[in-house]
Write a protein that binds this ligand. Structure first.
Ligand code: TK8
Length: 354
């Protein structure tokens, strides 16, 4: 057989071999799916769905999109094939969100914070110190306030199917333990591209700089910034302990992830295909929240074992931090819309009484 024919035959056969050979297919960019092509429900046709996130495969969010892939391929008899891309392979939150708007990518699951430049009302989740527990946050996200925010996405070319969990953000840095507002003084701090975060950390005396997530580790390693803030699962999965000696449990903001679909793609789906996507996003989101909660619960001990010096922040000191940022909360509550902020606070109060 001619050499080029043989290599063509192998490359054509390869996906089939991969299908049989591995249970994986979740790596960044592998197009194969491991779901057998069963009987697809009526109204379902061959689809390729590129899902991109900023976090890596081990992070609970990475596990969440693997669950999404499994569910979509099961429910569609393998006809709707999901290709997962991790660690910002397709770009950062903002770039991937723009790719969805342009119809170049089908799904991404960003933090809500970078959306605030486009939809200011998402800023309700960036107001510091408003949530005390995940349950309170879920009550807001899964209730009328969360739905109102999802309803604002289609005019921007996006469909929001579910809220997943990034979680409570804590501070790491290379200078000192942070217990009081004074301890933030002069710390060069990477923040998300979100003006509420920038203003809040300035009010605390830090020197904040916005930066895409994929640049954070090298900025910390190269000491262009002294610190960053993220949930514990992220601190652990991105190995910030290797470049950050101090972890302060500030729990200053709860950040959601939002499961976004390109409206260009969504509008071309049949009702049956949309139902499969919606069910899979919601079901995988429940799974992801559970994995995230468990991972965050054990991350402190793991990070201590990895050598980080961890300090709890007392309620009294968190209250002092909140007082220091209150002018920022007041300013942005007005900009976001006080009716929506008050509605969220009422939802939180209701959740606290349960
Ligand atoms: C990952 C980001 C990350 C966020 C950040 O794509 O940027 O610090 O917390 O989770 O969305």
């Amino acid at each position: 057989m001619k050499k080029w024919v043989k290599s063509l035959a192998i490359s054509l056969a390869l996906p089939g071999l991969l299908l049989m050979g591995c249970g994986g297919g979740n790596g960044g960019g592998s197009a194969t799916t491991n779901a057998p092509k069963g009987d697809a429900p009526a109204g379902v046709q061959e689809r390729k769905i590129k899902v991109g996130i900023g976090l890596n495969e081990d992070h609970p969010e990475g596990q969440g999109i693997k669950k999404f892939k499994e569910l979509v391929e099961q429910k569609s008899g393998g006809k709707m094939q999901v290709q997962n891309f991790f660690s910002a392979t397709l770009g950062d939150d903002q770039k991937m969100t723009e790719a969805l708007q342009g119809g170049l990518q089908e799904v991404t699951v960003p933090s809500t914070s970078p959306l605030v430049g486009m939809i200011k009302e998402y800023g309700v989740f960036d107001l510091p110190f408003v949530f005390n527990t995940e349950q309170e946050a879920h009550a807001v996200l899964d209730g009328p306030v969360g739905q109102k925010l999802l309803d604002k996405l289609p005019e921007h070319g996006l469909i929001g199917l579910a809220y997943w969990e990034n979680g409570f953000r804590n501070l790491t840095n290379s200078k000192r333990p942070v217990n009081t507002p004074q301890d933030f003084q002069g710390i060069k701090l990477r923040t998300m591209q979100n003006e509420i975060h920038l203003e809040a950390f300035k009010a605390l005396g830090a020197n904040p700089t916005p930066m895409a997530f994929s640049e954070v580790f090298s900025a910390l390693e190269g000491k262009t910034v002294d610190g960053q803030e993220n949930p514990l699962a992220t601190i652990k999965s991105n190995k910030y302990n290797e470049v950050q000696p101090y972890l302060s449990l500030t729990k200053h903001v709860y950040t959601p992830f939002v499961f976004l679909v390109s409206k260009k793609f969504w509008d071309g789906l049949s009702p049956e295909e949309q139902k499969i996507m919606k069910e899979a996003a919601v079901e995988a989101g429940k799974y992801q929240r559970e994995v995230n909660f468990k991972e965050n619960a054990k991350a402190v001990e793991d990070l201590k074992a990895a050598g980080m010096k961890v300090n709890e922040v007392s309620d009294e000191n968190r209250q002092k931090m909140k007082e220091a940022v209150q002018p920022v909360i007041d300013k942005y509550s007005k900009e976001i819309g006080e009716d929506l902020v008050n509605e969220m606070m009422a939802e939180i109060e209701k959740a606290r009484k349960k």
